[in-house]
Design a protein around this ligand. Sequence first.
Ligand code: NAD
Length: 482
Amino acid sequence: MKTENRLLYINGEWVESVGKEVFETNNPANGEIIAKVQRGKEEDIDAAVKAARNAFESNEWQSFPPIDRGRILYKIAEELRKNAEEIAMLETLDTGKPLTQGRKDVEAAALYFEYYAGMADKIFGETIPVQPGILDYTLREPIGVTAHIVPWNYPLQILSRSVSAAIATGNTVVAKPAEDTPLTALKLAELIDKSGLPKGVFNLVTGYGSEAGAALSNHRDVDHITFTGSVQTGSAVMMGAAKNVKPVTLELGGKSPNIVFEDCDQTEAVDWVVRSIVQNAGQTCSAGSRLLIQDSIKQEFLQKVVEKMKAISIGKGVDDPDLGPILNEKQYTRVLEFMEVAENEGAKFLTGGKRERRDGLENGFFFQPTVIDNLNPKSYVAQEEIFAPVVAAFSFETEEQAIELANGTDYGLVTGIWTKDSARAHRVANKIRAGQVFINNYGAGGGVQMPFGGYKKSGFGREKGLEALRNYTILKNVALKY
Ligand code: NAD
């Protein structure tokens, strides 16, 4: 692929960063440089926030008919689909993910724009009975300039899910993609540029987290911050926002369990348990990284999981295997450290645990699908997010033990329950402390309509579905005496 020097998108113009510095983005499958992008810093974030503020306050945007906001979002969805193959390839090259996953990501992005397009003219307040002679009503107004700090695992999907909701509700946007994977965000900016959206409503600054990211999350003139990524960075973003008393929506990952009861459909359950940890090389916030199996079927079930994990094809994303590489050396080193700690904690590796070294894969950080047994559920590896195709198995005897284990981490993003007993499924679902519970499935196909977010350290606020509209609107109460 041609190495290009891509620019920042501020106030409807493609511009160089003030410092005129660039950095490289690499293909995780072979380490090759794919493109150079601008290293945006504080001055660039300042310019983008100013553009977003001016656009927000402009007559043009304030009087822009909501239905026309929706029409533009539909157009962006359409353009994403028209360019789907090119964008999917770009995502695959930049993140390392299998092409099939890249294609799914583009379709999910288009669905977000489509879903929120339909909502643009359906956001309204209520009338509230107070007393005779008073007409009381609420207005649900856009919150203003919204910041979107995006991680590297699903760059296009995650950017699209919050930006589409923010624009549908009449806000303006400053987006900062992850430094490792900025290319599909730049492509999205290209499509938005041609969509008819007024200048300054959408702005994009590429750069490092410690520079552009920190400048954005500490900016006094940003009205709301949406962040997806690690707990540590999420906490830093929240501190920046706290200084300026700005609301945040945080989605911070998890240690999500699949709970497998002895009466489940084992074929289905094995299939989904494996998919839930192999998807995107386990670099998914909602990855099924813990496997809780009822004692009576543990050995039999685990054996089937191991067989399936061994059959996973590993390769470069462009060749569309089941499993692509880990993002970069930093992430890979982190995974290796986890494996070392697991060994020290007494783990038994039923399969995997090592780098996959094969001809043609030498220059990418490919990691074998891994199943670990014998860990203490309170151990470090059983508690922390690894972000790799590594699942840790545990067992339980009773429903109560299963619930205790499932809830026994600091996270609470997703839980899968596998059983044919629907009463039990509901009993367990009620006691689970996680933002999404799936019964006899895992993910329900991605579902842009389903509210998504965490309990505990998995974050707060909800993305997706109608719930996300709350992030981007602020409520005003008006009382009129007549
Ligand atoms: P990160 O949280 O540091 O990065 C996420 C985003 O935040 C990126 O755009 C980054 O540039 C930005 N950022 C970094 N420092 C910032 C700061 N001080 N202020 C504002 N923005 C900042 O994630 P990482 O270091 O790339 O990954 C580390 C771990 O985080 C992973 O191993 C995984 O466990 C977790 N993670 C979770 C998700 C998720 O979807 N929940 C996504 C990525 C990473």
